[in-house]
Write a protein that binds this ligand. Structure first.
Ligand SMILES: O=C(O)CCC(=O)C(=O)O
Length: 304
């Protein structure tokens, strides 16, 4: 892997998207409007962001029965040029155009994706765009959200989805960004490997719920941030109590010392955060765990 770009200060915007309903075209259009609003710094209240993030499942209601109907073929092959103009995915075409129109890096939340080779396979997939509108990275949720907390929440993504098979990150001119999706945040190896391979920030579009949200949403982000002395951000949909799935909201950015820098409430919002390399450098210099690992005693998971 190439060496990581120099970490520079940048402005991050997380769109806590609302109004995700059954009309896919409307979902896509609303996401586009909110990207424009984020790019304007929420009508001039904040500096123009360098990177904008959408939440998990922005073009479809969140539920296993919806994924087959809302899935789109993307057909991205890592390392190969992707021709947006012939993309079969209307979500990808919108995201690329919005990134280009706003000249901003864009993490396009996630959408249900249908495998181009094997149409029986669906994934929960995130795509990433340069300010020129090129699709340059993709992550398929690795760990499927299959849980059962009796009387509270049962969810079985594996009923209709297949897990991804690769770890993913991308480089901008201001940072290396590691990627994960929602439940992926519970698996510390992902952030650990990304950080040891030079990622400065981990970003997870995610939709926690009203049971695990209050228990673990903040805790997991702070844990991943402190373990690895990196920035961690999670971008949620807004809470909609008329929908089948009630998202926690609380889109958040945590710094490398584990401090919550910004946090949304439950409703639709855009949160902005200035990401500062100095905090990461100071965390690592003051508490030098990154240099004190005992790989003579336990293995380095990033070396596998
Ligand atoms: O891990 C959790 O508690 C929630 C995960 C989730 O909602 C998801 O992966 O979509």
């Amino acid at each position: 892997m190439a060496s990581a770009p120099q970490f520079r200060s940048f402005q991050l915007a997380l769109i806590q998207l609302g109004q995700v309903g059954s009309d896919k075209a409307k979902n896509i259009e609303h996401a586009r409007e909110m990207i424009m609003k984020a790019a304007s710094g929420n009508e001039g209240r904040y500096p123009k962001p360098d990177l904008i993030v959408l939440p998990e499942c922005f073009n479809s209601p969140y539920g296993v029965s919806f994924f087959p109907d809302y899935a789109e073929e993307i057909g991205y092959i890592p390392g190969q040029h992707y021709d947006i103009s012939s993309s079969k995915s209307q979500s990808v075409r919108m995201l690329s155009k919005a990134a280009k129109e706003t000249s901003t890096w864009l993490i396009g939340g996630t959408i249900p994706e249908r495998d181009t080779e094997d149409d029986s396979k669906l994934y929960n997939t995130m795509t990433v765009y340069t300010p020129e509108g090129d699709l340059v990275a993709m992550h398929r949720k690795l760990h499927l959200f299959d849980i059962n907390i009796p009387g509270k929440i049962t969810f079985e993504e594996s009923k209709t989805l297949t897990g991804g098979k690769s770890l993913n990150s991308f480089d901008t001119d201001f940072a290396r960004i590691g990627l994960g999706i929602c439940y992926d945040v519970r698996f510390p190896e992902m952030a650990m490997i990304a950080a040891r391979k030079g990622a400065h920030v981990m970003i997870y579009p995610g939709a926690f719920n009203l049971t695990t949200g209050p228990m673990h949403w903040e805790l997991l982000q702070r844990a991943r941030a402190v373990d690895n002395q990196i920035y961690v951000a999670m971008c949620s949909p807004a809470r909609d109590l008329s929908a089948g799935y009630h998202a926690w909201g609380h889109s958040m950015v945590v710094d490398p010392l584990g401090r919550v820098m910004v946090e949304a409430e439950e409703e639709e919002d855009i949160v902005f955060c200035q990401i500062e390399p100095k905090t990461l450098e100071e965390a690592r210099a003051g508490i030098p765990v990154t240099k004190q690992r005992r790989f003579d005693v336990y293995p380095d998971v990033s070396a596998a």
